[in-house]
Design a protein around this ligand. Sequence first.
Ligand code: GDP
Ligand code: MG
Length: 297
Amino acid sequence: MAENFRCGYIALIGRPNAGKSTLLNRLVGEKLAITSPKPQTTRHRLLGVLNLANAQLLFLDTPGILTPHGPLNESLVQAAIAALTEADVVVWLVEPRAPTPRDQVLLPYLSALEAPLIIGINKIDTLAKPPLLPLIAAYHDLFPDSPVVPLSALAGDGLPALVGEIVQRLPLSPPFFPEEQLTDQTERFLVAEIIRERLFHHTGEEIPYAIAVAVEEFDESRRPDMVRVRAVIYVEKDSQKGIVIGKGGKLLKQVGLEAREEAERLLQSRVFLDLWVKVWKNWRKDPRALRELGYQA
Ligand code: GDP
Ligand code: MG
């Protein structure tokens, strides 16, 4: 292995709709991959891995950071910051417009980061050149030490530049994972992640950590135009089951709707999503559950 190989974790943050998923899918493309997540405290997961000749980029799924929904409340910010400290590089993806007051809320936290920050101005395909330049300047003024990379996750413009900025800020290190280790469980696992993420978004603060999602059926064979997914949401207590289902099944329905839409975008196919909620008493303390739910190798 070349001695100037670089490897590290990258957290991708930004408001909903900034284009994080699009960027990730574009960057890791076919190589989209997941390793076994770790249980307990941080529950960091690798959301995507980009293997290059001279670097391995490990994109982190940091719940509540990857897609901070709504105004950030204090505890969410705390959780986000804790997780961000594990990243070697943080990429802040923004819309192609000047920072809004809601973005301003993030600024103190971003400036407190130890990891180097890269700002990606996304969706430049929607913008003419002239307004882009003051925009770059505005973000540059916020963080003079951070590179500002204009890009289009959708069109693919600017991605080599972004990757270049990331790689030069990663620590010198051999790859953490052998390339071939990262090839199983891709789409199936990602759909479980999507469901879990939507649940995070819709449930309160206590519930998310009691939730595990297992995709029990992932069937592309029945119909050429549709993937059939049956997933079970495991909770630890009966009371949590009620919360996840919601009044008249409303919450679960909404989660299913949003997860299906996102799964369809990911899989580039129609998706039939069948969601079930089951109680698995204290699954977080049950070694068998942790194994079966993929939290332990
Ligand atoms: P996320 O919530 O940050 O993960 O954002 P998504 O990746 O889901 O993207 C939100 C919307 O923005 C989707 O409709 C994308 O197609 C769109 N989008 C993402 N990147 C670009 C881009 O570079 N250009 C344009 N025009 N649209 C984009
Ligand atoms: Mg997303």
